[in-house]
Design a protein around this ligand. Structure first.
Ligand code: NAD
Length: 489
């Protein structure tokens, strides 16, 4: 395992992965599935060890370590081993038999080669596994660069996968410099999950080297609470959306837009739900993140924001779950990702005002709409500028491998999970077989007959009428007869 941040370890990890990928890609999909199932069982046999490591590195409650990380491992393997082969199966391409007789097209899904997976610390197991499993199934090798904040979880995964799969999975420890070196080592695809700021640097580096990249970046999700929402359930759900993983969640609820008609009743319920959850909310993982959250709260309060509960952390006390109101719309607490156990509430007089509040963000990962009226909620959902919208829930779908996890704007437009992710980790390869022995009309020499044929085809497109189609068919039938004759000769 490489453990320093120089270029050589990155080069060597990519080179080893590239060598191993050749034999891995040569396996049938069924053989890869069998090996991935064995790797899954090996990981699950050590599930308790993994859960403890997650708690050690992230301070998550053990329940969350299992629910949001360990359990997902089995689900990921299960989903991809069952549904991935059909998504990788060759498909027949359509070739018009009359105009282009004797030809068959097949579109294969082939691996890209080496996929670099650069990961953050907030979900150090489930996030990289969302990339690793489909990438391997697609015939790629993977180099994982875990966050320097949670290196052990990532390197543990690599070691356990290597036990079963060998060198086709590689790990590269280190900080941002190691990540940058990994990109410079020229993998074939970089799947980056992390902050918007770092994602931009990765995108530039990839563009300069001509490497494809997928970016899953920060968020500033908004929960939109309508005046017909079931308020007790909504308060419980929104409180969870704000506080799960201590708010260190890319799609954590950081803004709550409440309909004015229910704000006086809903906000006290939300405050109570947030206060009641405090015992289950661990301290933030890094001092740096605590400083960001503290800064957002202090800035908002200095500008006149009202603290509904919580507030700036005191001394070495844990960061308290915090709700703020009357925050100016240009304050970092409203505009920037806080990534902590806090949210800003704002009140809107009608649905249009609530939509405007929710869309007032450069980020666009997720949003939720809380309402008893599914039609009204869906109408609002259709106006939200985000990659994902949940109605009467928030964010939980990240654990479901069939559902795309994706954003727009400063949240990046990469996709993890779902067939879209597998499609991005593989490339289409077209194979066409031509059994027609006649010379094609579009080959040299161009004569009058080819011009006439093309004019007939254009006329069909222009008019798309019965007469044109009839003439086209006549011309094409004559052409087919001619070709058949050539093929017989
Ligand atoms: P980060 O951007 O600081 O680091 C992410 C990874 O990038 C780390 O492994 C880091 O070492 C590496 N890195 C840093 N500089 C690099 C460079 N120049 N080139 C290549 N790699 C480099 O992010 P973080 O603090 O670890 O994670 C938190 C962020 O991740 C939050 O913004 C959160 O919203 C985001 N996130 C997004 C999603 C999503 O699916 N959209 C999921 C989880 C986290």
């Amino acid at each position: 395992m490489s453990t320093d941040a120089g270029q050589a370890p990155a080069n060597s990890a990519v080179a080893r992965a590239r060598t191993a990928q050749v034999a891995w890609a040569a396996l049938s999909v069924a053989d890869r599935v069998a090996k991935l199932r064995a790797a899954c069982l090996h990981l699950l046999a050590h599930a308790d060890e993994l859960a403890k490591l997650i708690v050690h590195e992230t301070r998550k409650p053990l329940a969350e370590a299992y629910s949001s990380e360990v359990l997902g491992v089995g689900d990921l393997f299960g989903y991809w081993c069952k549904h991935g082969p059909a998504q990788l199966a060759p498909r027949k391409g359509k070739i018009p038999a009359l105009e282009m007789p004797g030809k068959k097209a097949t579109v294969l899904r082939v691996p890209r080669g080496v996929v670099a997976c650069i990961s953050p610390w907030n979900y150090p197991v489930s996030l990289p596994m969302r990339t690793i499993v489909p990438a391997l199934l697609g015939g790629n090798a993977v180099v994982l660069k875990p966050s320097e904040v949670t290196p052990q979880c990532g390197l543990w995964l690599v070691a356990k996968l290597q036990d079963v799969l060998g060198e086709v999975v590689q790990g590269l420890a280190g900080d941002g410099a190691a990540g940058a070196a990994l990109v410079r080592a020229k993998p074939d695809l970089v799947v980056f999950t992390g902050s918007t700021q770092t994602g931009r640097k990765v995108a530039v580096a990839c563009a300069e080297l001509g490497i494809e990249c997928a970016l899953e970046l920060g968020g500033k999700d908004c929960a939109v609470v309508l005046d017909d929402a079931e308020l007790d359930r909504t308060a419980a759900g929104v409180a969870w959306g704000i506080l799960t993983n201590a708010g260190q969640n890319c799609s954590g609820i950081e803004r709550v837009a409440v309909h004015a008609a229910v704000a006086p009743v809903f906000l006290p319920k939300l405050v109570a739900a947030v206060q009641a959850a405090a015992g289950d909310v661990p301290e933030l993982v890094t001092a740096q993140q605590r400083a960001v959250v503290t800064g957002h709260i202090a800035d908002a309060v200095r500008r006149g924001a009202k603290v509904l509960t919580g507030g700036e952390p005191q001394g070495d006390q844990p960061t308290p779950p915090t709700l703020l109101a009357d925050v100016p719309s240009d304050a970092p607490a409203w505009c920037d990702e806080s990534f902590g156990p806090m949210a800003v509430v704002a009140v809107g007089k009608d649905d249009a005002a609530l939509v405007a509040l929710a869309n007032d963000s450069r980020y666009g990962l997720g949003a939720s709409v809380w309402s008893a009226n599914a039609d009204r909620a869906q109408a609002i959902a259709g106006q939200l500028r985000t990659g994902m919208v949940w109605i009467n829930n928030h964010s939980f779908s990240g654990a479901l491998p069939d559902l795309p996890w994706t954003g727009v704007g400063d949240s990046g437009t990469g996709v993890t999970n779902s067939p879209d992710a597998l499609h991005h980790m593989t490339r289409p390869r077209l194979v066409v077989i031509d059994s027609n022995r006649a010379v094609e009309p579009w080959w040299y020499p161009y004569g009058d007959r080819m011009v006439a044929l093309m004019q007939v085809l254009v006329a069909r497109q222009q008019r798309n009428g019965i007469a044109a189609t009839f003439r086209t068919l006549q011309a094409l039938k004559a052409r087919v007869a001619e070709m058949k004759q050539v093929n017989r000769d």
